[in-house]
Design a protein. Structure first.
Length: 217
């Protein structure tokens, strides 16, 4: 059911009148007319003034004042201080919710297109950008006394990986490992990942092999 304010606003809008047009003829201040249209009677001086404004507004719009005042009394009451308050069980008029089934569909479609766009961008990066490459072992510059060392890392599953020029097989997640021989002294380990686009990523590590079996002097 529409409130008195909603009926007034709908009638004014139907007649293509601005609030200022009504104010100029009825001599009611524009802000008071706006308070009437949104049922904000707490902004008016008192209940008597509110009823007078409603009557004058109705007569200007060609509405039945008694009918609209009855609608007004249905939703609002007057307290002992002469102020207008909502009747018990009557909630103040709330603005229409912006979250509707239509906005839900729009938000869902927007999210789907955003995810699809992100997926296409990821695929584009895979095809045109250098592959990701991580080496988890060895870390930093090491000194070891063993003859071999296991190189462990991860790259893009579609990339080709090599360690010191030796091709290495990848698992489904892009992880790889290869045990390589070490010579005494400094050993440079070069890991290269090459994407389908030909772009590559390279990481170099230095491992120093020491011989603990050599007699001390």
């Amino acid at each position: 059911m529409k409130t008195a304010g909603q009926i007034l606003q709908a009638s004014r809008t139907a007649k293509k009148l601005e609030v200022e047009d009504v104010a100029r003829i009825t001599k009611i201040r524009p802000q008071f007319l706006k308070f009437l249209e949104v049922d904000d009677y707490t902004r008016l001086p008192n209940a008597t003034v509110a009823r007078g404004f409603i009557r004058n507004y109705c007569e200007f719009l060609g509405l039945n004042p008694e009918h609209l005042l009855a609608v007004f009394r249905r939703d609002f009451d007057e307290n002992q201080q002469g102020q207008i308050v909502p009747r018990v069980g009557t909630q103040p008029v709330k603005p229409a919710s912006l979250w509707t089934p239509r906005t839900t569909v729009i938000a869902t479609m927007t999210l789907i297109f955003a995810l699809f766009g992100a997926y296409l961008f990821y695929q584009y990066r895979l095809l045109t950008g250098p592959p990701s490459l991580e080496i988890s072992s060895p870390t930093g510059t090491l000194s070891v006394n063993q003859s071999t060392l296991e190189v462990i890392g991860k790259t893009d599953p579609e990339a080709t990986i090599s360690v010191n020029g030796q091709l290495v097989a990848l698992d489904k997640g892009g992880s790889f490992s290869l045990r390589i021989p070490l010579e005494l002294g400094s050993n440079e380990i070069v890991v290269t990942a090459i994407a389908k686009s030909g772009r590559k990523s390279t990481i170099s590590k230095t491992v120093n092999r020491v011989d603990n079996s050599a007699p001390s002097r």
